[in-house]
Write a protein that binds this ligand. Structure first.
Ligand code: ATP
Length: 613
């Protein structure tokens, strides 16, 4: 995310692209094959942003490839438009607009349903190109006579015709494409796309408009596809109808998987393997159509042994030989969680900034949630004042988590209302509510598992600093004012300052729980809800985490659910007891400890002695 050598990749890419026409002819590489690889590579850059970075597997990229290609080809042939590059850009814009409209529809669903919609879209576009629009697209004949680009410089004319002469034009297009893509993936938008791939629920819960960012990725992929489609026409001298075929989408997916998804260069490498293998097996070994059998075997082997594709495999090998990414021992195995931590100044919660509202911070009235016949919460009245630390206890199934889910608008209440900082937030989205300053940590960790601790916290902090959606796809994370300070501060608050660059998967359980709290804290909420922060911890970790929670609570309003009553009695000023979805009783820890209703109804008298202790 924070790239240490920002231009290294661009420089290496430029060097390789420059070297290709001097090296590959000696290896008998056909220039036309090299040019086709570049077109597939460019097509794949956008797809990789969508699939590799955002986690959205689309089978419909041929629709945008064909759209951009045919628009550009139509302009350059039938419409007599003279400017090749401008025609390619117009094709790209049209493909992006079509992508936007299709994205609005397809992204209403997730997972397999999203994929199925994209399959249907690819088929519909293929049909439309062949039938109703055949007069414009040439139907099965395509559009012949697509010109190649030439640039009149006054003193000379630069002509890019075919083979190695066309290569510089395609290589430049690819290079510009990769530079733009690298910029996007290193921007805040790119960071959020990766977070969406890892955990869309949490990306929304920390305040990002997931749907808008997914649509952004979809449009970017469509734009790349559209431009590459136009280049296909230029490369072949005619626009072939098979650009629209479903096979095109399938080949793109396989090439990306072979090369390595989430790498940007993966589709180019995958295309090189595919096309060189095709040339070698068909032309040299004369295997004819059987070459696909060999390709299939190569694909299976690669997927089995290099799950992240060729580039992923190279990266793993590099990490193995250099020791990069090696798991480091969790510090708490040697030292207590916070015993050595220096005191950290409390982070400024939002109310300190906004603060002109004087009423209760949160007020829920008659909050009820029914799941069919199950009543999870019924008629809950609940008020929390600014600066309060409230505890919520209740037996399993009492409705505590459901109550939190309603407060953060993760689920809508069946009836009742929620007023936060004087605003009625009932029925608002989880994204909006987080943006207003109300967020929670989860009972079961909801982290961005493939990202590092710092990257996790960055995602959360970005939501507060940039709002729920901003299209700063060319900004760099370093230029987001206050980001590094906020992340650093949160790292210290949850005592993960020694492990900022450790991937989540390598953290110890207690560290993951602290990061879970850190994700909620990083957006500096006015009201922080913690759902069982002590769940699954050892007794020693509990004691240390209680101390951590005490330090976090300074100057903050918090509601904590936990089964550890001793801990809550120590932490909270007031306790609300839920039973069977209703508020049983509310009071100070001493009142709750001595309350007969709690002892009889909630604990059935079993823990009477324990409560009094
Ligand atoms: P625990 O302490 O075990 O986490 P809890 O007090 O948090 O429990 P909830 O998880 O809120 O309790 O569940 C309250 C009731 O609502 C339970 O009977 C549960 O089965 C039911 N419930 C919760 N979520 C759903 C759902 N999505 N669909 C159907 N029933 C649900």
């Amino acid at each position: 995310m924070f790239s240490k050598r920002p231009f290294l990749v661009e420089i290496v890419a430029a060097a390789v692209l420059l070297a290709v026409p001097f090296v590959l002819p000696y290896l008998d590489a056909a220039p036309n094959t090299v040019n086709r690889i570049l077109v597939w590579g460019l097509f794949g850059i956008g797809f990789d942003i969508l699939f590799g970075y955002t986690g959205l597997l689309s089978f419909g990229q041929s629709a945008f490839y064909g759209t951009g290609g045919f628009v550009a080809a139509y302009l350059l042939t039938r419409a007599g438009f003279p400017h090749v590059v401008l025609a390619l850009l117009i094709g790209m814009v049209v493909a992006a607009i079509v992508g936007y409209l299709i994205g609005l529809l397809a992204l209403r669903r997730t997972g397999i349903y999203f994929a199925m919609i994209t399959v249907a879209i690819a088929e519909i576009f293929f049909f439309v190109e062949f039938n109703p629009l055949s007069e414009w697209t040439g139907g099965e004949n395509g559009l012949p006579g697509v010109p190649t680009p030439s640039f009149d410089l006054g003193f000379t004319t630069l002509k890019f015709t075919s083979g190695w002469s066309l290569y510089p034009f395609l290589a430049l297009a690819y290079f510009i494409g990769i530079v733009i893509a690298l910029r996007i993936v290193r921007s805040p938008v790119g960071a959020i796309l990766t977070a969406i791939r890892e955990n869309p629920l949490r990306a929304a819960a920390v305040g990002h408009n997931v749907q808008a960012y997914k649509l952004t990725a979809f449009v970017i992929a469509a734009a790349y596809a559209g431009f590459a489609g136009g280049l296909l026409g230029v490369l072949q001298g005619f626009m072939p109808p098979d650009a629209f075929m479903f096979d095109t989408s399938g080949q793109l997916i396989m090439q990306t998987a072979i090369g390595g998804r989430g790498t940007l260069f993966g589709p180019l490498v995958g295309a090189a393997v595919w096309l060189f293998l095709q040339d070698f097996l068909q032309a040299t070994l004369k295997l004819g159509a059987a070459w696909k059998l060999v390709l299939g075997l190569v694909f299976v082997l690669l997927v089995c042994f290099l799950r992240q594709g060729i580039i992923g495999g190279i990266k793993d090998l590099f990490a193995l030989t250099t020791g990069a990414g090696k798991a480091t021992e969790p510090p708490e195995q040697a030292a207590p969680v916070i015993a050595s931590a220096a005191p950290v100044a409390p982070m400024k919660p939002r109310h300190a900034v906004l603060g002109d509202y004087g009423g209760p911070l949160l007020q829920a009235k008659g909050l009820t949630k029914r799941y069919g016949g199950v009543v999870a919460n019924e008629g809950i009245d609940f008020t929390v004042h600014r600066g309060e630390l409230r505890g919520i206890i209740g037996p399993n199934g009492a409705g505590k988590t459901t109550f939190f889910r309603m407060l953060t608008c993760e689920v809508p209440p069946t009836s009742g209302s929620i007023v936060f900082e004087g605003r009625d937030i009932t029925g608002r989205s989880i994204v909006d509510v987080c943006q207003l300053g109300l967020t929670k940590s989860y009972q079961v960790n909801q982290l961005f598992n493939k990202l590092t601790v710092r990257e996790n916290l960055t995602i959360a902090a970005l939501a507060q600093l940039r709002g729920k959606f901003r299209l700063d796809a060319f900004a760099t994370l370093r230029n987001i004012g206050g980001l590094e300070e906020q992340v650093e501060h949160t790292l210290q608050l949850v005592n993960l300052g020694a492990r900022p660059d450790t991937p989540v998967s390598q953290l110890a359980y207690g560290e993951k729980r602290r990061l879970e709290i850190g994700l909620a804290l990083a957006s500096s909420p006015s009201l922080l809800l913690l759902d069982e922060p002590l769940a699954g911890m050892s007794p020693r970790e509990r004691v240390e985490t209680v101390r951590l929670l005490k330090s976090i609570a300074q100057g903050r309003t918090m509601i904590i659910i936990d089964h550890d009553m001793d801990a809550l009695f120590e932490l909270a000023e007031r306790i609300t007891v839920l039973q069977e979805g209703r508020v049983l009783v509310e009071g100070t820890p001493d009142e709750i400890k001595g309350n007969a209703l709690v002892q009889d109804a909630y604990l059935g008298g079993v823990h009477e002695v324990e409560l009094e202790a």
